[in-house]
Design a protein around this ligand. Structure first.
Ligand SMILES: Nc1ncnc2c1ncn2[C@@H]1O[C@H](COP(=O)(O)OP(=O)(O)OP(=O)(O)O)[C@@H](O)[C@H]1O
Length: 304
């Protein structure tokens, strides 16, 4: 089944600003990255998909439903995490998420139970009775994610879920989204202006620029292997770099990994021998793939 499909979708604000221009795209279930620079039209698309905004022209379908004609049916099956703060600081996370569960039509007891469950999934179970006002930004983002999950949706629409988080917080949020998408069998659309971030967790990517479709494809189709080997050891990276250099391999360091040009199959053997001789724990040895961001090197979406 097609998760989301749009046909010549166009949205203009006040007849002057064109947020979406003739956008035709079809997305299969899975974890989908919706990427584009600030102002590219991501939030507008999400709001149309939720039935919160009507398109100026064209059509959209979500889980086979028309969000303009059947917004209630769409919202019953779709969870939405807005970009901006929508939390009530005086409420506890449990109260807030239960309240949103009630608003989505769950009976009182079911809403309470589902809220606890959703807060457990996002790692806030222990803290669920504390007031949201005292939470860190990362915890607040997770409450927003929990409220999107409370009515057990088939699809999550997440608008810039890592906004305001530090690098560790971003990693944790991305890992959580990946877990929800893979373990719970829920499809997820992750909006972001950070291409490098979403490419790590997504199965497919839709890139838009000034309201137009740049590209839509599986991540694997967007990346190709390079003739560079990535070597990662859990410890002793520097030691290994020195050894490979002594062996005449032109090694380059890139963060935690070493990059070695792949000349022939013997390159693998020489690296493996060096790792074994130094008795280092090998974590990874494979051919590097192009990062998706490199495909858009001249575009604005490369903000990473
Ligand atoms: N209510 C509105 N009235 C007028 N213009 C708007 C409105 N909402 C959005 N726009 C404009 O439409 C364009 C697309 O905005 P949108 O918020 O959809 O983009 P975005 O990709 O989500 O960007 P961001 O990440 O900054 O929210 C932008 O030029 C924006 O200024």
């Amino acid at each position: 089944m097609t998760l989301i499909a749009t046909e010549s979708l166009t949205k203009t604000y006040g007849g002057r600003v064109t947020a979406l221009a003739d956008l035709t795209v079809s997305v299969e279930p899975g974890i989908v990255g919706l990427v584009g620079a600030n102002g590219a039209g991501k939030s507008t698309l999400i709001k149309i998909l939720l039935g919160l905004l009507a398109p100026t022209s064209g059509r959209a379908r979500v889980l086979g439903l028309d969000p303009t004609a059947d917004a209630a049916a769409v919202r019953a099956r779709v969870g939405y995490m807005p970009e901006h703060d929508c939390l009530s600081p005086d409420l506890s996370a449990a109260e807030f998420v239960t309240h949103l569960g009630r608003m989505s039509g769950l009976p009182r007891t079911a809403a309470r139970e589902r809220a606890s469950e959703a807060l457990r999934h996002v790692g806030l179970y222990e803290e669920r009775y504390r007031q949201i006002g005292g939470y860190s930004t990362g915890m607040k983002q997770r409450v927003k994610l929990a409220q999107a999950l409370v009515h057990d949706p088939d699809l999550l629409l997440l608008d810039e879920p890592t906004n305001g988080l530090d690098p560790a917080g971003r990693d944790a949020m991305l890992a959580l989204i990946h877990r929800i998408g893979t373990e719970f069998g829920i499809s997820v659309v992750v909006c972001s202006h950070l291409l490098g971030e979403v490419e790590r967790i997504c199965d497919s990517l839709v890139a838009i620029d000034a309201g137009r479709l740049l590209r839509s494809d599986h991540i694997s189709a967007m990346t190709t292997v390079t003739d560079v080997l990535v070597v990662e050891v859990s410890e002793g990276t520097e030691e290994l770099a020195v050894r490979l250099d002594l062996l005449g391999l032109p090694v380059r360091r890139d963060g935690r990994v070493l990059l070695v040009p792949l000349e022939d199959d013997a390159t693998y053997d020489r690296i493996l021998t060096a790792v074994a001789e130094l008795d280092l724990p090998l974590h990874r040895l494979d051919q590097r793939r192009h990062r998706v961001a490199e495909l858009f090197a001249t575009r604005e979406v490369t903000h990473v």
